[in-house]
Design a protein around this ligand. Structure first.
Ligand SMILES: Cc1ncc(COP(=O)(O)O)c(C=O)c1O
Length: 390
């Protein structure tokens, strides 16, 4: 088939007739045991591979279709493996590339549980983590030592949205034979094809935008050929697999990802720009706004922005912040993001290599698919109360 654009790929990816049997969406195959006609047929199914039924943990057409679709969204990648959550995908990808005695360079703005994995389990298994400034770019070369095995990126950064110079970091890593991994959950490959930018392993919490409806837990790792067999081996021995309902829901979500992301972008930017003009807001941390650290990288490398960003409130303390969030009527208070609904949560960045001081309390907003005028009215009322409280 001729080369397609990202929107077409979202519609067509992973829809092999031999997996769907002509049905538009592959059915939900529920399986543990697969029955073979003979021992010879059982032997022929080894080693497990996509497209050949082996055992439920090694996939069915429902999960293969999602894996193939996610791989097609990352030009240059050769394989995707599924995990039961985004956090499990991060852990699976890191365990696939690290060994005892290695050093890992981890971005200082990584998602909290990713940091916790480094500071607990990886440490126990003899992997040393060094946190680096998200804005380091090609300067990462100075941090690379004899034992550095991998560089982990998350762009934009959790809570504070610094956009990294991914191509520059990957170019240095490639030259030194170091593996690169990215948590690409914010942009998804639709707005940032990370493997094409030089990354070896691209990780998604499909729980967020891929699913898009706040009703599933799922993670994925999409890998270049050089690291694909390590990824599959690690997944298999760790016993990681994804349930068919989650895979089916994620495939269904994927088909409307482009539409949804463009709307999240438009509404998110409207709300963000309005917030920039409010006196109670000290800063808006949104990759598509010029004041966001790394905005130039976003403008160069990404084709869009999603609906998640943060604001720094002008003055006030965490009690005033809690009152502001509690008083919002249209923003839910809850973990995760990427569903159709708007959310607001307090955010307190944990950093070891970069500044942790902010001018005021930080609030992370997810702008959902509601009419942005309604969201702005809700925030306006909240900010009016914040000023009164302050
Ligand atoms: C950037 C990022 N990566 C990974 C995860 C983990 O995903 P999950 O909740 O599916 O474990 C999250 C969850 O909030 C996240 O924000």
């Amino acid at each position: 088939m001729s080369k397609s654009k990202p929107d077409t790929r979202l519609v067509e990816a992973g829809r092999r007739p031999e997996w769907t049997g002509g049905i538009v969406n592959p059915p939900v195959y529920r399986a543990s045991t697969i029955l073979f006609d003979s021992v010879e047929a059982m032997d022929a199914a080894n080693p497990p591979r996509d497209g050949t039924l082996h055992y439920g943990r090694n996939g069915t057409p429902t999960t293969w279709a999602l894996c193939e679709a996610l791989t097609e969204l990352e030009p240059g990648a050769s394989m995707t493996r599924l995990f039961p959550s985004g956090a499990a995908a991060v852990a699976g990808a890191l365990l696939a590339v690290l060994e005892s005695g290695d050093e890992l360079l981890m971005v200082d703005t990584a998602y909290g549980p990713t940091r916790a994995l480094c500071d607990t389990v990886l440490k126990r298994f003899g992997v040393a983590t060094h946190y680096y400034d998200p804005m380091i770019g090609a300067g990462i070369a100075d941090l690379i030592g004899e034992r550095t095995r991998a560089i982990f990126l998350e762009s934009p950064g959790t809570h504070t949205f610094e956009v990294q110079d991914v191509p520059a970091i990957c170019a240095v890593a490639r030259e030194r034979g170091i593996v690169t991994l990215i948590d690409n959950t914010w942009a998804t490959p639709f707005f940032f094809p990370a493997v094409a930018a030089g990354v070896d392993l691209s990780i998604l919490a499909c729980t967020k935008y891929i699913g898009g409806h706040a009703d599933l837990m799922l993670g994925s790792v999409t890998a270049k050929a050089e690291v694909a067999s390590r990824l599959e081996q690690t997944r298999r021995v760790l016993g990681q697999s994804a349930g068919p309902d989650e895979a089916w829901l994620a495939l269904r979500g994927l088909r409307t990802l482009g539409l949804r992301l463009r709307q999240h972008q438009e509404s998110g930017l409207r709300v963000a720009r309005w917030l920039e003009a409010q006196p109670q807001v000290a800063r808006v941390l949104h990759p598509a706004l010029a004041g966001c650290p790394g905005h130039a990288h976003w403008a160069r490398d990404f084709t869009g922005a999603t609906g998640l960003f943060s604001i720094v409130l002008n003055g006030g303390d965490s009690a005033a912040r809690a009152a502001f969030i509690d008083g919002l009527e249209r923003f839910g208070i809850g973990y995760s993001w990427g569903g159709y609904e708007s959310l607001a949560v307090p955010a307190d960045p944990v950093r070891t290599a970069t500044q942790t001081e902010w001018e005021g309390p930080l609030v992370r907003l997810h702008v959902g698919l509601e009419d942005p005028d309604d969201l702005i009215a809700d925030l306006a009322a909240g900010l009016a109360r914040y000023r009164a409280d302050g």
